[in-house]
Design a protein around this ligand. Structure first.
Ligand code: SF4
Length: 413
């Protein structure tokens, strides 16, 4: 590996970390002031935004310890056979960078991942050392998210949880067959085993802290994972099934969906084109339906056409169109779970409707004032002064609900 200074390493290892979507901010247009007047750039990598457990948006220094790796996962730019420039930080360099950025108020925490060097245990030990040094030697109180290596000794994962706020283990692909094809050195059983270990440790810690407030916290922001979308043949129905099992079995805080983007020097087994980014967006919407709107995985799967979520309408509208018999919903009488199924009604609006209707019957205008617009809601609602005339039976209803397509910007375009 050529000798590189810290700035060069930072350029390589911040760029290499951008493919991890676990804390990605969304795409925007390219602007840069390099070589011209002005200040700032939207293209730089290295600092990303994430959400703290209390909902605050925080900035994280997002880097890899190294982009060298002994594994050869086909979808990964850092894989062994990839022809990229390699770099490696020492533990001390990451600690110094984090503290320097923190003191300048550039960041509120660190997101650290790594390719596997030497052995899984050695790599995990290096990651733990960074977090341990920050916490114990520098009394660092900022947020730390560590990517963990499923094959590493469970003892190391336990140590990681004592220093990090959040731990994550990537499930990588939605199906075992996809994993076997695209990441043959990874093992789905071991990945799930490591997730089980983290869940147990998090649960045990919560229990211990109920009895002993002085018990040290273990990964208080829980665990999360990431699934690559579109690199294998898994459809949205399979992806949501896997997500549901990850939330149920391992109590994941978040499952991140990362649309596969073709990488330079890509492996021949990968598709030539990436899936449309709107697919990733629809999966996040379906994920929200399961987590916050009370939809079961079967209902989300029911919204798909031949296994995939429609791209031109959101999953809740797709589900409602397939279940027209359950509409229109009486805004003044329907239970909360049915109000949450009305396209265009969010959780906050539903809570407001429930509050207001205790005092008086809501009219259509009242609902309009609580939402961004009433047009989308008309076919699905009954209000004190409104009853749709079999609108839900209209053959052209779907066409009236489709918004004109807008081009979505690429995250790494
Ligand atoms: S183990 Fe991680 S870093 Fe290494 S090739 Fe696979 S995905 Fe990339």
């Amino acid at each position: 590996m050529a000798h590189l200074d810290t700035r060069e390493k930072l350029a390589i290892l911040a760029d290499a970390a951008k493919y991890d979507a676990s804390c990605a901010s969304s795409g925007t247009s390219k602007r840069s002031s390099v070589g011209s007047k002005g200040i700032g750039s939207t293209e730089g990598m290295g600092i990303c935004h994430s959400y703290a457990p209390d909902g605050r948006c925080i900035s994280l220094l997002k880097i890899l310890l190294t982009n060298s790796c002994i594994f050869d996962c086909h979808y990964c730019i850092n894989r062994r056979s990839s022809n990229v420039r390699r770099a490696r930080f020492t533990v001390d360099e990451v600690v110094k960078l984090t503290l320097a950025f923190y003191r300048r108020n550039y960041i509120e925490g660190l997101f650290l991942s790594s390719g596997i060097i030497g052995t899984s245990d050695y790599t995990m030990d290096q990651l733990v050392r960074v977090a341990k040094t920050l916490r114990e030697e520098h009394d660092f109180r900022g947020y730390i998210h560590l990517k963990t290596i499923p094959d590493a000794d469970p003892e190391l994962l336990e140590q990681a949880g004592l220093y990090a706020d959040r731990l994550s283990i990537n499930i990588e692909l939605p199906t075992e067959s996809g994993l076997a094809k695209l990441a043959p050195e990874k093992n789905g059983i071991r990945i799930r085993g490591a997730m089980t270990g983290l869940k147990t440790a998090i649960d045990d810690n919560k229990d211990a802290r109920k009895h002993y407030r002085s018990a040290p916290k273990f990964a208080p922001a829980g665990q999360s994972t990431q699934m690559i979308v579109g690199a294998d043949g898994a459809d949205d129905s399979a992806i949501m099934g896997t997500a549901q099992s990850l939330y149920g079995r391992f109590q994941m805080r978040r499952v991140y969906y990362s649309a596969f983007s073709p990488i330079p020097d890509a492996s021949a087994v990968l598709p030539l084109v990436s899936p449309p980014l709107i697919r990733e967006h629809r999966l996040y919407q379906a994920d929200w339906l399961m987590r916050f709107y009370g939809f079961g995985v079967g209902e989300v799967q029911d919204a798909t056409d031949a296994g995939n979520l429609p791209l031109d309408i959101d999953p809740k509208t797709a589900w409602a169109l397939k279940n027209r018999g359950q509409f229109p919903v009486d805004i003044n009488r329907a239970p909360r779970e049915m109000l949450l199924r009305v396209p265009g009604l969010g959780v906050k609006t539903v809570n407001a409707i429930l509050r207001v209707r205790r005092q008086r019957a809501l009219r259509l205008d009242d609902v309009g004032r609580l939402t961004r617009g009433i047009e989308k809601l008309r076919p699905w609602l009954i209000a004190a002064d409104w009853r749709p005339v079999a609108l839900a039976e209209r053959g052209d209803l779907r066409a009236t609900l489709v918004k004109p397509a807008r081009a979505q910007l690429e995250l790494f375009g």
